[in-house]
Design a protein around this ligand. Structure first.
Ligand code: FMN
Length: 189
């Protein structure tokens, strides 16, 4: 496989995953650094991909720790793994945050099913629930939107790794600000 094909297939997999809840790359690990310099990681759902511009869209609660962390430091890493074939995608780049008042968040919210909207209606993520049941803490739909944010990740590099029986393979790719591939090379795994 050529480098160009490796890059194209990795992005095709990501694009497909945004539309397919069964895809391995549907769930990605989003990693940021907190105010103490400590690495933080959490799973997120891949909601949309724009291959040409190397963008990934993720939805989250603006009251979450990640939103605060990424507001302070937009440099993030996204890690994904597909089991067949065993491929790891390690994307580095920066995240742009679009809060509840933004057009971007309003549009994404308008496309969400009710069940997903309801996940933004509880109390602040990470706060104690105490004696209340989770459902008692729910608030109205309109208020859920007040906590809904969109994170747009722009990849600057992709580190692609394929685990094989003997000859593992690894390639690294870089993209310019608008998305086109600027460099690609095979490296030692
Ligand atoms: C499979 C899976 C998918 C998840 N998807 C999201 C998501 O799309 N957005 C999100 O904010 N949290 C998602 N979560 C929850 C996060 O992993 C995390 O626990 C939560 O957002 C709090 O993270 P934080 O305190 O680092 O902000 C998901 C969890 C799992 C297990």
């Amino acid at each position: 496989m050529t480098l160009a094909k490796v890059d194209a297939s990795a992005w095709a997999e990501l694009e497909a995953a945004a539309a397919d809840s069964q895809s391995a790359f549907r769930y990605l690990n989003l990693c940021s650094v907190d105010a103490d310099g400590r690495p933080q990681a959490r799973m997120v759902v891949l909601r949309r991909v724009e291959v040409a511009r190397r963008l990934l869209e993720i939805h989250t609660d603006v009251r979450s720790a990640k939103w605060q962390e990424i507001s302070a430091d937009p440099l993030v890493t996204i890690l994904g793994f597909g089991p067949q074939p065993k491929v790891q995608l390690r994307l580095q780049g920066s995240a742009e945050l679009h809060g509840p008042a933004s057009e971007c968040a309003a549009e994404a919210w308008s496309l969400l099913p009710r069940s997903t909207r309801s996940t933004y209606m509880g109390g602040p993520p990470g706060d104690d629930i105490g004696e209340r049941s989770a459902s008692e803490g729910r608030i109205a739909d309109a208020d859920g939107q007040a906590f809904f944010g969109v994170l747009i990740f722009r990849a600057e590099t992709l580190d692609w790794f394929q685990l094989r029986h003997a000859d593992n393979r690894r390639a690294v790719f870089a993209y310019d600000h608008l998305g086109p591939l600027t460099s690609s090379r095979w490296v030692n795994p």
